[in-house]
Design a binder for this molecule. Sequence first.
Ligand code: PAF
Length: 281
Amino acid sequence: MRTVRSIRTMQNVCREATARGKRIGLVPTMGFLHEGHLSLVRRARKLSDLVVVTIFINPAQFAPNEDLKKYPRDERGDLRKIRDAGGDVVFIPKREDIYPDDYETYVTVEKLTTALEGASRPTHFRGVTTIVAKLFNITRPDVAVFGMKDYQQAIVLRQMTKDLGYPVKFVVAPTVREADGLAMSSRNKYFTPSQRTEARCLFFALRTAREMVKAGIADCRKIEKEMRAAIKATYPTAGIDYIAFTEFSTLRPVQEIRKDTIVSLAVKVHGVRLIDNMKLL
Ligand code: PAF
């Protein structure tokens, strides 16, 4: 496995691979990898010949009050994990090469970014689409793999891929959960063991929703009420940012559960904002 830090070298490695007829699979990450990321690497391994994993803590997607400075890092551990999961190249660009001081071009998906996460984090998706467009331009992948845990991110990036005409097969892989249901996230590292127990409130809420739908309840207002109760029962001081029932591809709000309904939520647990989601039918 090779580690590349220069943009020019990364472009050359990918161009040469493409010229030799190899399919390039891209897995963009911000590092501090867990099983969720590694499932994306394994998926890319199955779908391509050269698996490129990128590690870049993208300042453009953090608001000034967010956790950019303390975002967890572990480059040595990441390299070992990526190698074991079947990565071929790890691209770790420098911040000043991606965003030089005179940088001023951003990619924006207009409507899909206004709901859910976008409502609470107005500049977040602009940063995500910009960095992923730049990584697509550098690596020219045939396949790119993203995780379903960041559901809205996946929908927004899929739209960008289509709108800008990138010839990239866009793959969204399922959320990987801990044995107790907590969705894997690099931010789980911020919790003490007892706080981590309370972080399960998101999964408990989703499980409540799933059980109600299984029992034939389709009214989103009723389900939301019980989800709120499930969260408070596990973590009484939880700050619930939103619980939203939307149409899967458009993010339009729905009142009744249908086949394409997804429920998403964002909850602040001991100062850490967690997100999760689940298809209900
Ligand atoms: O999902 C993430 O870790 C990031 O948003 C991504 C896609 C790597 C862009 O920085």
